[in-house]
Design a protein around this ligand. Structure first.
Ligand SMILES: *Cc1c(COP(=O)(O)O)cnc(C)c1O
Length: 429
């Protein structure tokens, strides 16, 4: 057994002064049991915790470390920016370069506003959609995560209710009634909601490829169908590409599936590991944002020099190494293919979903296409597999309902290490 004693002591101390001991809930390992590990440093494909244990990182900070940890180009850029001043509270050339770079990479983004997190990006995009259309309601898909904005912390209503109910104390019923919930991959449900709420829906927001119920792909024609419904009913289509942006392809899922949203929200990779988000899209819509237009949105540290330097370095690395996507997808296919073979030879009927460099092993034999099917997973078995992998030096996402994110630093040797661990972990189930 690995020694986690320093992490354990830190967690005990953290719980006295931080709610639940962590600054974001999933980190607490509640879904898998045991103690969260406190990380000290990371390099390339490896994480090192406070006890000095080494782990192959299959989360990569939930996506941003797509080049592997401590990439020299990103490090250098941040150092250079730090020498000028960490913040000015005034416009900088870096922000113009960053906006130009984003617009040149993602054709649907004609204008873009920088914010400080994915949550801020989605909250702002929905406000803009409402302000632009003069409508109040939005449709979100069950199991999709868009950060912790009130409008998104909504569960599906029961029975005859077409509107949602608060999914967290503190979210008001008033907010919940403006968020309608539909299952992912179900165009009929969307058409029905639009029918029942004529001219009331401002936006449809979704993860075009879901990462937040585990990895779930859109079925053929789903994204195109949403595009068509939005066009017919003058609804703003928002792709939340906080996870998929710059990951599934340089221009994200919208490039991979060739569907153009009206607005796109970005986060994670866009900051190269620093706290950055962005939202952008059609020029006519974005020109409604203050001070160009009447819809208010602001941020004291938005466009922060260090964050812009890190993000710009990250995005240029990705743009200038187009073979990188092929590389990480091939690496991911090798991991997924290897685990699939292990499952097959053991007669275990589990489901693995993979899109590009994202994947999830669901402990269910059902095909996972939405939240209901994802929930058929045996989470206790997942937790056991997770702990076995952790003991063998593989750091996976600590919940069944998360995707794994492969980085470019994972080479063949690391892949075989992951597969060897998985072979042994599956035996222990
Ligand atoms: C992570 C995530 C968010 C929230 O971003 P934060 O930076 O954590 O606020 C929003 N949408 C999606 C799809 C995400 O994966």
């Amino acid at each position: 057994m690995k020694d986690f004693s320093k992490s354990k002591a830190l967690f005990e101390r953290a719980k006295q002064i931080i709610p639940g001991g962590v600054n974001s809930p999933v980190r607490a390992f509640r879904a898998v049991g045991g103690n969260p590990l406190f990380m000290k440093r990371a390099k390339g494909p490896y994480l090192y915790d406070e006890d000095g244990n080494e782990f192959v990182d299959l989360i990569n900070s939930w996506g941003p470390m797509i080049l592997g940890h401590a990439h020299p180009a990103v490090e250098e850029a941040v150092k250079e920016a730090l020498a000028t001043s960490p913040s000015f509270g005034a416009p900088t050339a870096r922000e113009v370069e960053m906006a130009a770079l984003i617009c040149s990479i993602i054709p649907s983004v004609e204008k873009v506003r920088m914010v400080n997190s994915g949550t801020e990006a989605t909250m702002s995009a929905v406000r803009v959609a409402r302000g632009f259309t003069g409508r109040d309601k939005i449709i979100k898909m069950e199991g999709c995560y868009h950060g912790h904005g009130d409008s998104f912390l909504i569960a599906a209503g029961s029975g005859a209710m077409t509107f949602g109910t608060p999914d967290s104390p503190g979210v008001t019923k008033g907010t919940a009634k403006d968020t309608l919930i539909a299952p992912f991959n179900d165009l009929n449900a969307i058409a029905r909601l639009i029918d029942e709420n004529p001219k009331e829906i401002a936006a449809i927001i979704l993860e075009p490829v879901v990462g937040n119920m585990g990895c779930v792909a859109p079925q053929p024609g789903y994204l195109q169908g949403l595009r068509k419904l939005c066009d017919t009913h003058n609804i703003i289509l928002i792709f939340d590409e906080v996870m998929t942006g710059f990951r599934l392809a340089l221009a994200g899922a919208q490039e991979l599936y060739n569907v153009k949203p009206d607005l796109t929200t970005l986060g994670k990779i866009i900051g190269g590991g620093l706290p950055v988000g962005a939202y952008g899209g059609r020029k006519d819509i974005m020109d409604a944002v203050s001070p160009a237009g009447p819809i208010y949105q602001a941020g004291t540290l938005s466009g922060n020099p260090l964050a812009m330097a890190a993000g710009y370095a990250m995005l240029t690395q990705l743009r200038d190494n187009p073979s990188l996507y092929h590389q990480i997808n091939t690496t991911t296919t090798a991991i997924v293919g290897g685990i699939r073979k292990q499952l097959f030879s053991k007669g275990l009927g589990y489901t693995i979903n993979q899109v590009g460099s994202m994947f999830t092993l669901f402990f269910t034999d059902e095909t996972v296409i939405n939240f209901d099917t994802a929930k058929t997973s045996d989470t206790a078995r997942f937790a056991k597999y997770f702990q076995s992998m952790l003991q063998r030096g593989i750091y996976m996402a600590p919940s069944q309902y998360e995707a794994m994110f492969v980085s470019a630093a994972i080479d063949d040797l690391v892949v075989s290490r992951v597969l060897q661990a998985s072979e042994e972990a599956l035996k222990e189930l």
